[in-house]
Every structure is written in structure tokens, then in C-alpha cells.
Design a protein around this ligand. Structure first.
Ligand SMILES: Nc1ncnc2c1ncn2[C@@H]1O[C@H](COP(=O)(O)OP(=O)(O)OP(=O)(O)O)[C@@H](O)[C@H]1O
Length: 264
């Protein structure tokens, strides 16, 4: 279980640039939970992701995995337990390395020190099998440099690589937002399949309201550093984009200000 307790984060405290990013966030993710996260601009969604993955430390509060507090653990030490896919397709893979080499690197992340990047025949067969599951022919382009792939292909590869070692938590940071609708649809359905097949505990930030409603078993809405709405699987079934926007207005007293919002 992943637990975020009483996490607060303030940027530039005591200056004119002071920004409240998170205020006393409490969130428990049970194994296999797939939570979608929506919210206004600057609500704190990315900061929450950054604190879970260890890119930033909170001012107060803790992050723990299965009862073990990891708040002070550096990012590279958590990499084995945490998978993350970013919005930018360039972010998750090494462009000058081949698909095979990228996969070997991702595989290594889950191994003890001393494991060589060299790819054995058996491992290559596993990689190919995994790639074939994506259904976009990447298994036939094993020696192609990743920089030559399209944005959608790179996101598919990033997704596969970040779930390779069955992370304790998968963080999806608007990972379909930079893609055209057809590619976004492909990555969304791959995400659903991988998460379901591996029972991955997942936190997904999205600006696509329909996607937030459709995917996962729980939805949270953030505003000004707080979680202002937490919808369970049962309530989620009856949710519509209209109702969701109405809820935001009712709770925050404002219309949802999100310059990237996609209604569906
Ligand atoms: N490194 C930083 N330095 C200073 N302020 C920051 C930093 N990162 C985030 N902030 C501020 O903290 C607040 C929360 O930002 P965050 O990026 O977490 O929000 P978000 O919900 O991801 O927003 P968006 O949907 O617009 O990307 C904002 O006011 C933002 O300006």
C-alpha cells in the first residue's frame, strides 16, 4: 500500500514568489487501485507526483510504501519501485540507443548491482514478446534507434519499460496529452491493458475529463494544493463531465480554470 500522509509543500517561502503547492495531503492507494487525478492549473498535481517519485521532498509529511517510510530516499533508490511516464515522449527513453538497449536498461533497473546491459538470447526473446504485446510492430524494429520512433511509439515503449519490473506504483503524468487523438487512444488502451493484466497500482494525471471518468476505480480532484473531491468506483459510474465540472464549481466557488482541459 502507498500512503501519503499530511504532505505539504511551499515554494519560495517568505518571498513575494511564495506558492502553496500542497497542503496536508492525505491519500492511501490500495494495491491495484487506479486513481485518475484532475484539477485546476497549479493545483499541485505535478508536485504530488514529484514528491512520490522522490524528485522533491515535502516540507512536512511522509510517503510510505508498504509501511516503509521513503520520504527521504533519493529518486534513484526508489526507481525500482516506481514507474513513471511523462507527457513528453522524449522524456522516458534514450534516443541514441536502440529499442533493445533501452529495454535492457529498464530491465536493469529492477536488478541488483553488477547486472550487465548486454542482452542474452533468452532475454531478447522476452523483450520481443513484450514488444509484440503492444501490437504496433516494434518487435520487428529491435535494432532501431529510439529517436527514430514516432511520439506514440515512444510513449508505448516508455509505458512498457516503466512497467517492466512491476513497480509498486505507476505514475502517469498526462502521458497521452502530447499525442494526436488516434495515438492517445492507443496509449490509453495499452495503459488499461497493462494496468489490468499486472494489477498495477496507478496514479494518472489527466486534463481529459472523459478519460478521467472512464479509466480507473477512483477519481480525485485537486485545487489549490488540496484534494477537494474523492470519488469511488461506484459513484464514478454515474459521473458525467458536466456533473464533474459542476462539482468543481460547487466546492471551489469558481469555474475550473485549466487551460489544457479536454472535455472528451
Ligand atoms: N519548482 C517550482 N518553483 C516554484 N513554484 C513552483 C514550482 N513547481 C510548482 N510550483 C508552483 O506550485 C503550484 C503547484 O504547481 P504544480 O505544477 O504541482 O500544479 P499542477 O496541478 O501540476 O498544474 P498544471 O495542471 O497547471 O500543470 C503552482 O502554483 C506552481 O506555480
Amino acid at each position: 500500500m502507498i500512503e501519503i500522509s499530511k504532505v505539504s509543500k511551499l515554494f519560495n517561502p517568505g518571498t513575494v514568489d511564495e506558492k502553496i503547492a500542497l497542503i496536508g495531503i492525505n491519500l492511501k492507494l490500495n494495491p491495484g487501485d487506479f486513481i485518475t487525478v484532475i484539477g485546476s492549473n497549479g493545483a499541485g498535481k505535478s508536485t504530488l507526483m514529484n514528491i512520490i517519485s522522490g524528485v522533491m521532498k515535502p516540507d512536512t509529511g511522509d510517503v510510505s510504501i508498504d509501511g516503509r517510510v521513503i520520504t527521504q530516499q533519493p529518486e534513484h533508490r526508489r526507481a525500482r519501485w516506481i514507474g513513471r511516464v511523462f507527457q513528453d515522449p522524449m522524456a522516458g527513453t534514450a534516443p541514441n540507443m536502440t529499442i533493445e538497449e533501452n529495454m535492457a536498461m529498464a530491465y536493469k533497473r529492477g536488478q541488483a548491482r553488477g547486472f550487465q546491459i548486454g542482452v542474452t538470447k533468452a532475454r531478447r526473446a522476452i523483450f520481443k514478446e513484450q514488444l509484440a504485446k503492444l501490437g504496433i510492430g516494434l518487435e520487428n524494429r529491435f535494432k532501431a534507434k529510439v529517436g527514430l520512433l514516432s511520439g506514440g511509439e515512444r510513449q508505448a515503449l516508455s509505458l512498457l519499460m516503466s512497467t517492466f519490473t512491476k513497480p509498486q506504483i505507476l505514475l502517469l503524468d498526462e502521458h497521452t496529452a502530447a499525442l494526436d487523438p488516434a495515438r492517445a487512444e492507443l496509449i490509453t488502451s495499452l495503459t488499461e491493458t497493462l494496468v489490468r493484466e499486472m494489477s498495477l497500482t496507478t496514479l494518472m494525471v489527466t486534463h481529459n475529463m472523459e478519460q478521467a471518468i472512464k479509466l480507473g476505480n477512483r477519481l480525485i480532484m485537486m485545487d489549490k494544493g488540496r484534494i477537494i473531491l474523492d470519488v469511488d468506483a461506484k459513484q464514478k459510474k454515474d459521473l458525467t463531465v458536466e456533473r464533474l465540472l459542476g462539482e468543481f464549481e460547487r466546492i471551489s466557488g469558481r469555474k475550473l480554470a485549466d487551460d489544457r482541459v479536454v472535455l472528451g
